[in-house]
Design a protein around this ligand. Sequence first.
Ligand SMILES: [Zn+2]
Length: 246
Amino acid sequence: MLSYRKINLLFIALICFILILVLLKTIPLYFVFILLFVYISILSYGVVFIKANFYLNSIQKLKNKNQILLSFDDGPDPALTPLILDLLDQYDAKALFFIIGNRAEKFPAVIKEIQARGHIIGNHSWSHHHYFDFFSVNKMIVEVERTNELLQQILGEKPLYFRPPFGITNPRIRRLVEKTGMKSVSWSFRSYDTKSRSNERIIKKMRTDIKGGQILLFHDTIPRTYQILKEILPYLCKKYNLKSKL
Ligand SMILES: [Zn+2]
């Protein structure tokens, strides 16, 4: 599989080779620019697609193909998260909740309820800042550890799992994960509940595309997520075991 380290080594070898050929006037100079373009395109792909595991390895699937795991980002929400918790209870489903620290600080009772219902709580940064991916490693660590410390105070234990905000990864996110000792978790099915697709289209896609062993991505801050789950959970519950905890 492509990785940041392998691509860098390959790029260095190729650029040296091409530069020699350019100096020998065997090939024109624009070959250097073509190589640079390809290199930057591959790096950008790795940034945007966490599923590529390009900069770091993230858990994106379950070993057991009879199971699927629901995950929820960006909460807690004082109104929607409890509704979703009730719905999950109805279907005996367990989920992963990647919470934002500054929201957990405002709604600690919801965080306690998530834990009390047997779900896993993960870290999704303190601020979910739009430019989180551009922060220095130290600033990222402060965000993640502040959230971990708050969760330790509320729950009596620190989370093990981290999901990078916006699913963006880069070399600094890799160092963040290494230095904090957390495990990065991505997903293998995105519901697109934050986008403008209709509920019907999302539900149809879920019925056709979801496969055993997948981790599903939702947001417990979007009102329609509850409606989508209400529609799809009876179907998912019949086909898969929803009790996985990773
Ligand atoms: Zn998020």
